[in-house]
Ligand binder design. Sequence first.
Ligand code: COA
Length: 377
Amino acid sequence: MNLIGLPIGDRPPAKASGLEGVVVADTRLSHVDGERGELLIAGYRAEELALEDPGHFETVVERLLAISGAAPQPALREHLARARITTFARLPQLTEALSLSDSMDALLAATAQGSAGSEGLSVLGALSVYVAAGARLRSGRTPIAPDASRSTAQDFMSMRCLPDDPARARALDAYWTTVSDHGLNASTFAARVVASTGSDVMPCVVAALGALKGPLHGGAPGPVLDMLDETTDMDPRGWLERELAAGRRIMGMGHRIYRVRDPRAFVFEQALTRLAAEAPEKSAITARLGHARRVEQAARALLHERHPERPLCANVEFYTALLLEAVGIPRELFTATFAIGRCAGWLAHIAEQRHTGRLIRPAARYVGPMLAQTMPE
Ligand code: COA
């Protein structure tokens, strides 16, 4: 077979390489207004859900699943608690997977191995056990058994051996509620693509976890905390300039959709202020928050000088780092902890996608050489 080089311009044009602005699904689950900085989750403003509504994370899971068209889940909180207990009983078979040194690799491996055949809520219940137990196994300690009488947040704190502190559990609830869904982000899209093939819940969640692991999606809060540590007691501008000069991005800044500050950054700042008012470490949390605001302002000003055409503001990850740190979660668990909250959205999107019954199968623009035409002799 002969190959010839057809000019690429003669072939149908490719869509933007990051699919920006391309609408590929209808959803009733969340609405992201990137120009006005507004986020609706299950019909509620994110700040209202997380800060005013006294409900637990379980409330938003229930609302998202109800909207998605998934089968009704009576006694959802008990269902999640039972899933944690069942998962804990299976941990001896998952020790190798959970002992992988990277917490996201461990979560991926344990989910793939331990959740085969499980339906949605069981996978969500299992994730919190995998994250908490995995961290203990990796540091040579014995996993702590879940307690079915607790909420997901309270039980996660207890399985992590964190103090039984209602203020911190409330902050974690606010965190998971706020990150529960966010339009067609990369991990949710990955879950929907797999769901569109008719696959089970577990492979959809594994695909989503794989997408979430990347630093451009869910992997930024750890590096945000590193940045805050490295700039403590100094004017952050010089440090930020050196990062940019080295060709690195400022973690926790910029967003594909938002052209203003991410509304979730505001929610987390409020949750932190509330936590600081109740926690014994009030002055440490307040000082850290003050420093983060200075770094955010310096980063925003510097990025504006470099990209006046494109507003680059704080995204969800910036204050995630601070909030999870104040709750007592170590930075190596930030992305895995995010996954527990976002799993609510994944499950609802999987159900929503199944209702459409349509395979997601876009096209690629071929830019390689074409076969030569066979010329008549
Ligand atoms: N620091 C420095 N420069 C940044 C930046 C950041 N955080 N975010 C975007 N930019 C710059 C890019 O370098 C690019 O500049 P160029 O045109 O000169 O190459 C320009 O802004 C546009 O960036 P682009 O990658 O096209 O934007 P995007 O919409 O694809 O990116 C993110 C969105 C989130 C991937 C991006 O802002 C980023 O990498 N942020 C840091 C990682 C992060 O916080 N991730 C968590 C997201 S919730």
